[in-house]
Design a protein around this ligand. Sequence first.
Ligand code: GLC
Length: 767
Amino acid sequence: MLDWQQQQTFSISGMIITVISPGIIHVFQDRGYPSHSKAITTVPWEKTTVSVTRDKEVTELRTAKLVLKVDESGHVDVYDVTGNALAVDYRGKRAPQGLDEVDREHRKLIAGEGHSLGAQAPQEAAITVIKQLSPTAHFYGLGDKTGYLDKRGYAYDNWNVDFSAPQLEIQPNLYKSIPVMFSLDHGCPVGLFFDNPNRSHFDFGRENPAYYYYSADEGNLDYYLLGGATLKEVVANYTRLTGHTPLPQKWTLGYQQSRWGYSRSAAEVMAVADGLTKHKIPCDAIHLDIDYMDGYRDFTWNQRKYPEGPRAFVAAMKRKGYRLVTIIDAGVKKDERYSVYKEGKERHYFIRDHDGSPYVNTVWPGDAVFPDFGNPGVRRWWGQKQRFLTDLGVAGTWNDMNEPASFNGPLPLDLECTDEDTTVPQRQVHNVYGHNMSRATYEGIKDATGKRPFVITRAAYAGTQKYSTVWTGDNRSIWPHLQWAIPQLCNLGLSGFPFCGTDIGGFASDTTPELLVRWVEAALFSPLYRNHSELGTRHQEPWAFDDQTLRIYRQYVRLRYRFIPYLYDLFAYHQETGLPVMRPVILNYPDDERAANVNDEYMVGDDILVAPVVVKAQRRRLVYLPAGVWIDFWNNREYAGNQDIVVDAPLDCLPLFVRKNAIIPWGCVTMHVAAAPDKQMKFRVFGNDGATTHYQDNGCDFQYQKGEYNLYRVTVTAGQATVKLKHHGYRPCYQKITVETMMGIQRFRYAGQDQYVVVKEEAEDEE
Ligand code: GLC
């Protein structure tokens, strides 16, 4: 630790309190557990002025963003610099309301009928952080927990599970554990990130409206207080700590088609590709679920079902324009003739049973063992295995069943696992299993290809966003799951995961034409735009129903391609700022009480507001427009903000609004995202005055980190546009740029030396 870092570290009331930057303060108490973080790879230290005052009982630490008061009993109270209470310790004890009336006998009766009492933490948890609950505070974060945007009044567990029953709005836990929460009270924001991967629990006033609390079964007391003037600043501090999602390859923002079952044979996958081509549905990738493998063995390919062999097959698909993404499961088949199993067993690379032998449970391949991903050697080994796929030309790895899932009961909690350099019981690394698998996969693909890895994972922990895209797992083709897709993806974005999506159309159960259409509309800006469904359910390819469904579906997938440059800009912006692509309205309007709990609208960056229809048979809907002036995307009608409006939303209409004077790069509709650099770009100005910065690079590797990218600045004043190349590091810049304002179209031509000149209509005609 450097001298100045030491000066920012304080030992108070048995805790080590470290001021990492003005808005990030770490509270730590060693309880004898490993203390290296899985979520944080680089601590974002900043030299910070901290003023310290001590009186008899209270020590006060003050930075430019946060004020901490710590008393002798270890209470930690957090304020902003103007004195607003952000998170003040509750002085009482937990007092569960309602539970006091349930004695053991009644508990048995309740359970007897099959009811449960919901998420509940033990009364005496090893770690408890308990705060006063303001009657006006809202709570966000926690990744993709089900239900609504504001978590107030609900309780959740952090324990990764494969949950296959229909998810409810009160589901305590699913596939991911992302223990970060943001509270917002009258516009005053604060974040708390509990970097403890053990089983933990959040209760936002469900147990008692007087307090909210976090508790963990074990681990160190290890949390971060995140401050900032706005919710955006607080979220940015969280992602500064746990890392940004590196720019994805551009094609990964295209449409993707999947279904469990396609990969049973080469012919079936070809038929899907041909369907997409025939019906003119733009698409960049087809996903191969478990059947492409040989007996569900990871890193194998069933030669019998793919008679030309996988290499020729992948190449043939590529010639048609489709990339392939293959699934890889956590469970490795126990089979003495299978090299991955044999190698792993010889090297002691699997999670161990009490007698030291590989622990066996059941997954798709039958008896299966589980790589010990907490071991850096196992991660390297697994990373190298990716070459089997990348050498064949596969474009991405979809990691599944990595909670880890097991069919023969859950993995015993005390199995022997590795946590970097220590042996620990399974329960202590359970929640980071998918995280470590994703990290191994990301690093392996990066080494093998030098390209930006495309990894998708179902299980995750805080910080997994550095390695992987996520999807929300096995949703269903039911309307509530379409409704929750909005808050789930918005909370994932706040929790540091900008690249996320749901199974469009719903995974389990049978979709309907109306549900499918509303889903592809609602998900228009979902960063991961993938239709996926379960074997045995009604087919949900865009052409599986009638002409109307196909027509509307095609219309929205084509529209998606128009917005890919805008989405790509937002990913470039995320990399700089940590802010999500798909956002809840409240993130952009933190002082607007109406925005605090909007569950059926979302924003894309700062400029686009989406109000999908997520209710069956609805053909008109109420839209809340926050402050400002909004333009209806479909007819340019202007609306003042701060009001509710009613709009028509026939089946083929996704209500969409653009902030007045926003400038949106407008991509071309192509069947696949082009590998060749775009020669031209159009900007649509939703008004006559505005400015935007637009990003361009080769869309595939890491050269941009060496400066090989372009930044264009487009400015429009009273309808007159100017275009500047602010940064010219990627040689093939646009040769033509068109700016379309509400007053007309202006054209520019690249004149060399980073200059764009106006082209007169006639001049362009001569070219
Ligand atoms: C899991 C996945 C699902 C996949 C299925 C078969 O249920 O969540 O997406 O299709 O396994 O591999």
